[in-house]
Design a protein around this ligand. Sequence first.
Ligand code: NDP
Length: 320
Amino acid sequence: ENAATEQTIVLVTGGSGLVGKAIQRVVEEEIPDDEQWIFCSSKDADLCNLEETRALFEKHRPTHVIHLAAMVGGLFHNLRNNLEFFRKNMAMNDNVLLACHELGVKKVVSCLSTCIFPDKTTYPISETMVHNGPPHPSNFGYSYAKRMVDVLNHAYNADHGRLFTSVVPCNVFGPHDNFNIENGHVLPGLMHKVYLAQKEGKPLEVWGTGNPLRQFIYSYDLARLMVWALRSYTEVEPLILATDEADEISIGKAAILIVNAFGFRGHVVFDTSQPDGQYKKTASNAKLRKYLPDFKFTPIERGIQETVDWFLHNYEQARK
Ligand code: NDP
């Protein structure tokens, strides 16, 4: 029995994105001798294509996989592209999990999202509610494709005994995010808008009322939790990775934190002709807290300040 000395090869799909870059930084702080980590992007393989996916997995022969690759976008990008969000994410998830099964990968951790839960629901949302009712219509394509990851995980387990599982992050933000105003998520989009408003001496225009409530997790906190999940979480059932419910804040309040991080002195106006999206998606992290009662999340003020500083220092190369 030489299991203890067997090399662990972790392949991270979507390794060039917001979450992938954070995981890379976290594991590089301390890689155990028996672990090798490989971070892939769409340049290594188009995971919508089964043959390219198989070739990538044959090349690296991973023992463990963190599957992050996805077509991801904010409310406004989703509203216009539900078909593409559904088809691309369905294809990527099916191809990646099939390749993992064919190679006998020991463990896969894939990513769902708290925005895929039923629109009409009781709060707080918990892991058991993934399939309880239709998602918010704004992003039904993305949501149903993500929900099918959980179906695949259970089917691979039922039919083949595989340990393919998923985690369910709330809204993520941090360095390497997509700061595109039209297509990105709310925090990076607002950061880019404040940057431009400051440069042009114009007011900051926030889309929507600013009232919706969200939980935001700093990408490095999520990264630490996902690395823990890969090593230590052994259920097929999803695990919500969210900040505490008390840390939920309104989009208006988040906008003010961003304004403060930039030292922006202009006016802030809310364009209420724009849609708000779902009012809230409050998720419970009680299950996570059972496993890791003492985990400390980075205060959102600090995460926002670090992200704004990163954006300012990397403006030229940042996705925008
Ligand atoms: P990003 O958009 O930052 O990164 C997406 C990654 O997927 C990139 O590495 C990209 O590669 C890769 N990718 C996209 N399309 C393909 C493809 N066809 N073939 C191969 N690779 C592809 O996403 P995030 O880091 O924000 O998201 C990571 C995961 O977390 C996703 O599964 C997402 O659904 C989930 N999640 C994200 C949340 C958030 O708020 N951001 C919230 C909850 C869940 P390339 O760089 O080459 O384009």
